[in-house]
Design a protein around this ligand. Structure first.
Ligand SMILES: [Mn+2]
Length: 318
């Protein structure tokens, strides 16, 4: 496509349109079509795919961390050379730091970067749906309606058509990754199990609350019976069984930082009695954490160096 126009000349709206098209045209071998012949909720990468996969947790509008990850360990260079695949686990938007819950400019900006990455490397960059990837007035934190504020800020800055397109963008995102060495999704397994077919048809009218559960469920922290909105370690085991992967298969999620339980502050390995389970949170100010599976079952937890000035120079202005 690069022969016909310069990407930099495209409007924000055209870039977003292109990103939607890129998301919708993922190879159907990777993203099987649902029963309505539309791209489904599942990305399943081939066992022959030997690229490195790096996984980034919730960014919550932290652009510096995303840029630091791109520059760490030659990741951007490797994306460009089809050596690395970047999976972002959703919730790139909505700064959740105290005092910043109203700021929506940074959410618009980080989505500009992600849209750019999807357009630049459509076969190597995948963004999964998180519960914050919405304009819903019901999405909020501390009584602040972040979904609605984000919607209004975008409407003001980019206009109605762009805002409608962003709604389309959210509605076409994949939800779940199956890779030969891991499973990944935004929040957690559904209660009672979910089949591959159900994940592919996650947006079907008969799916009930399955999409909600995959993007909202939290690990039960009280060790009592999990509520309907929570999952227990046994639900992770059920998910592995449903998807025919080994009992010790890693399941990587974001969404639910376990700060009150101490330990590390951006990544939790095997929290609260779960096994082969990682909760990843990539939005800390002092730390930019991500995970790499470099064609082996063993993953590495990496912290990208936060080098602010050099990043701007190397990445240019998105
Ligand atoms: Mn979340």
């Amino acid at each position: 496509m690069g022969e016909y126009y310069s990407y930099a000349d495209l409007s924000h709206q055209e870039k977003l349109q292109l990103a939607i098209r890129n998301i919708l045209t993922t190879d159907t071998l990777i993203r099987p079509l649902n029963d309505n012949n539309r791209p489904g909720g599942l990305l399943e990468f081939s066992k022959e795919d030997n690229r490195e996969f790096i996984i980034v947790g919730d960014l919550h509008a932290n652009k510096q961390n995303l840029k630091a990850i791109l520059l760490d360990n030659q990741n951007l260079f490797r994306l460009r050379n089809d050596e690395t695949v970047l999976i972002i686990l959703g919730d790139a938007v909505h700064d959740e730091r105290v005092g910043h819950l109203h700021d929506m400019e940074t959410s618009i900006e980080i989505m500009d970067i992600i849209i750019h990455l999807i357009n630049e490397y459509p076969d190597n960059v995948y963004y999964l749906l998180g519960n914050h990837d919405t304009f819903s007035s019901r999405l909020g934190k501390s009584g602040i309606q972040q979904g609605l504020l984000y919607h209004n800020a975008m409407l003001e800055k980019r206009g109605k058509e762009y805002t409608n397109l962003m709604q389309t963008f959210f509605s076409v995102l994949p939800v779940f990754v199956i890779h030969k060495y891991f499973l990944a999704l935004h929040a957690g397994p559904v209660r009672g199990g979910i089949t591959k077919e159900q994940i592919i048809n996650i947006r079907s009218s008969v799916s009930g609350d399955l999409l909600w559960q995959l993007t909202w469920n939290r690990l039960n922290e009280t060790r009592s019976s999990p509520s309907k909105k929570e999952y227990a370690p046994t639900d992770l085991d059920t998910l592995r069984q449903n998807l025919n992967v080994p009992d010790n298969f890693p399941i990587v999620v974001g969404h639910n930082p376990m700060w009150k339980w101490g330990r590390d502050d951006s990544v939790w390995v095997d929290p609260l009695g779960a096994h082969n389970h990682v909760i990843l949170y990539s939005n800390l100010e002092q730390k930019s954490t991500y995970i790499s599976f470099n064609n082996t079952p063993k993953y590495h937890i990496r912290n990208a160096k936060l080098r602010v000035k050099k990043q701007k120079f190397l990445l240019g202005d998105y």
